[in-house]
Structure formats: C-alpha cells, structure tokens
Design a protein around this ligand. Structure first.
Ligand code: PLP
Length: 414
C-alpha cells in the first residue's frame, strides 16, 4: 500500500520566519555536537541571564492557587485594568478594559487581530525592514503585505509621503513598530503625527507594535501612537516579554482606542476569535499589574552604567573601529542592525556571511533579508549579551570579514 504524502496547507507557501529558520537549526545541531554557540539571533532576555523583577514572580505565586481555571476570553480583569491605567497615564484617555485583550504573547494577538481584520486580497502596509511576524500574519490570512521603506539616511524613520503613495482602495491597515525591531529607531513626533493623519484620512486601522515601549537610550523619547490617533481605530500591542524580561510567560496584549464606533463589528469578531481559544495563559496575567505599576527597573538597564546601555556602547565602539561595519546607532529596543559596506567588501551577502559566521566563529546572527528587506548588506544582532562578550563577538566578526575581504581581493586579482 502506498503512503499518501501529507502536504501542508498552501496558506503557508509564502510564509517566512527565518529567525528560527535553517540557520537556527544548524546552530542547534552544532550545540548538540558540543560547540558553544553565541546566539545573537533572538531577543530572548532570559537566555542571557536577565530575570523578570522579583515582585512579578511573587504576584504570580500569590495568585497561582486560583489560576487553574479558564478566565474570561479577554483576560483577567486586573491585568486588563492595569493596561488601561498605563494607557491613560500616557494620554490615551479613552482606553477601557472592555477594549483590552490579553493574549499568549503579542505574537498571538498579532495573528488574531489580523485574522479578524483581513479578507483575501486586502492590503496591509508593513515597514521594511519589519519584524517578520507582521508580514507573515498578513500573508497567512490571504492578504498582501505592501512594504513601505524606512530609510537609514533618515535614521530609519518612515516617510509619510512614501506610505501614502502605496495606499490603494484595498488598503486596510498600517503597521508601525516603535521602538523598532530590527533597526532600533525611535520615531519622532512629526513622523508619527503624519502617519496618524494619513490613517485618519484614509480610514486605515493603525496597528502599533510598541512591545519595546520602555526600552530607549540616551535622549530618545517614546511617543505612544495611541496618544495621536483620534479619528480612526488604533490598536496598541505590548507585553511582558521585553521590558519586563518575562518572554517565557507568554503574556502580551492589545488595547483599542481612537474611533471605535465604526469598528464595533470588528471588535466583536475578535471577541469571537479569542473565545474560540478560550483564554490566554492565566498565571502570567497575574504579573501584569505588578509589572506596569510603580518603579520601572528597565530604566536602570538602559541608563549609563546599566547593562543594556553598556553593551550598546560596546557595539558602537566596535563598529567605529571596524574597517567594514556601519551602524545607525539604535535609540531603542534590543538590537543593532549592522551594515557591511559593499564598497569595502565587494560581493558581501548577508545570508552567506551569517552561515560562515556560524560555522567558523560559532556566532549566530540574523541576515537582514530575514526582515523583508531586499538588499543583502545587513545583519541583526541582539544587545542582550554582556559588553565583554559583545566585544569578543566583534573580534570574531572582524576576523571573518578580514578573511572574506582577502578572499574577495584574491578573486578579483586572479
Ligand atoms: N513584536 C515585536 C516587534 C517583537 O520583536 C516581538 C518579539 O521579538 C514580538 C512582537 C513578539 O513578542 P511576544 O513574546 O509578546 O510574543
């Protein structure tokens, strides 16, 4: 009897998530052969020794005896209310608990809010480069991700005129990621106001991924998109994974503000969708109130002397010394998006480089093209290692780039 091949659904044909793709699989194999791999491909704070604040753990333990039941499909009330308080403190006065949905990480809420929104052929404006789940979430549901460019010459800020030129009668929503993964950009008020104005004019839903909201460096100021959007629906996404270093708890949320009357049916559809999965992980939700209130320890990590600040500084110093690397200094989030100047290293290819860096130097990075960028000059690293380890990583990167430059020169000479 022949065995029928089990083929996957075609909806996955064009879905990509390279951050956990073949490179990561090869790194896993090497680790199982006994090699130490420095994994800079994922912003996973716990993997680099970061811990969530103790009070969050205490809050979960205190509530654990009551956490074995399903909760409301939108999440436990004190968690949702804590999100409301935070939003109101930020000037989003219309936030309310009815319009906050707790999920198993922001990831789940990205997938569900997109599922509830788009029909096949609908278009969603997504930044390039992006956090690739955003493009995937559109493609997965039959939509078309239309990429607008963020320009390194403008510190990776989006350009409202470029975005407007891409709006069609199928455009439904615009995604902004601020502070940005992968570029580390923190968008200025002028840019955000212009995008809010566009969204209002064309009645696009604003999908604002602000999971890095407390992670800014130097004088960068995070401005909540929801504080600028009035005349259309604004969805703000955040969670415990990054600012609160608790990504394994899988807690994230979306909060809707702005013009909600015309979105009533959409929000009801989302309520149906979240009901189908019953509820999000309950124990983690009990840490939300403790996390969002009071002293924010992330500030210390991002300030001079703090671990993230010092590692970022080490990256800036290493790039300044490198013969090949360029970087727009990250002003927020957990990443540096590095460029290898093709004039200095002809033929540089991000994917080939990442594979060689893994095989030969045991460092895992993400090629820039993993982020829906169409040039091969970039790669992304996370800022999570200690500064000392980061300096050591850059020694290995520069050694490899020296070898590649020598090979390129030999090739050109021969
Ligand atoms: N959005 C952005 C921009 C991210 O960088 C990440 C994770 O790296 C997520 C969403 C997903 O976060 P979560 O752990 O809450 O699912």
């Amino acid at each position: 009897m022949s065995i029928l091949e089990i083929s996957p659904s075609h909806v996955l044909d064009n879905v990509r998530y390279e951050i956990r793709g073949p490179l990561a699989a090869r790194a896993y194999q090497l680790e199982h052969e006994g090699f130490d791999i420095v994994k800079l491909n994922i912003g996973n704070p716990g993997a680099f020794g970061f811990r969530m604040p103790e009070t969050m753990r205490r809050a979960m333990i205190e509530n654990l005896p009551g956490a074995d039941a399903y909760c409301h499909q939108k999440g436990v009330f004190p968690a949702r209310e804590a999100v409301v308080m935070q939003q109101q403190d930020r000037g989003v006065l219309d936030a309310d608990a009815e319009h906050v949905f707790m999920g198993n990480g922001v990831s789940e809420m990205i997938l569900m809010t997109m599922r509830a929104l788009i029909n096949p052929g609908d278009e969603v404006l997504v930044p390039a480069p992006d956090y690739p789940l955003w493009t995937a979430s559109v493609v997965l549901h039959g939509g078309k991700a239309v990429h607008y460019r963020c320009d390194p010459q403008r510190a990776w800020q989006p350009n409202a005129a470029d975005i407007e030129a891409r709006i069609t009668n199928r455009t439904r929503a615009i995604v902004i990621i601020n502070p940005n993964n992968p570029t580390g950009a923190v968008y200025d008020r002028e840019t955000l106001t212009a995008i809010a104005g566009l969204a209002e004019r064309y009645k696009l839903v604003v999908l604002a991924d602000e999971i890095y909201d407390g992670l800014t460096y130097e004088d960068a100021a995070y401005i909540p998109m929801a504080s600028l959007v009035r005349g259309t629906l604004c969805a703000t996404y955040s969670g415990l994974s990054k600012v609160y270093r608790a990504c394994g708890m899988r807690v994230g949320w979306v909060s809707f503000s702005g013009e909600r009357d015309h979105a009533r049916k959409y929000i009801e559809a989302l309520d149906l969708l979240v009901s189908l999965r019953l509820c999000a992980n309950v124990p983690g939700q009990w840490a939300v109130q403790t996390a969002l209130g009071g002293y924010q320890s992330i500030r210390d990590l991002c300030a001079p002397g703090g671990r993230l600040y010092e590692t970022r500084q080490a990256v800036l110093d290493c790039v300044a010394r490198s013969a090949y690397l360029e970087l727009v200094a990250p002003r927020g989030a957990l990443y540096a998006f590095l460029r290898v100047d093709p004039e200095r290293l002809p033929g540089f290819d991000d994917e080939a480089f990442a594979m060689q860096l893994l095989e030969r130097k045991h460092v895992l990075v993400c090629p820039g093209r993993s982020f829906n960028l169409d040039v091969p000059d970039y790669f992304r690293i996370t800022l999570l290692p200690e500064a000392k380890q980061m300096r050591e990583v850059f020694t290995r990167i520069d050694e490899l780039l020296d070898d590649m430059a020598a090979a390129a020169a030999a090739g050109a000479g021969g």
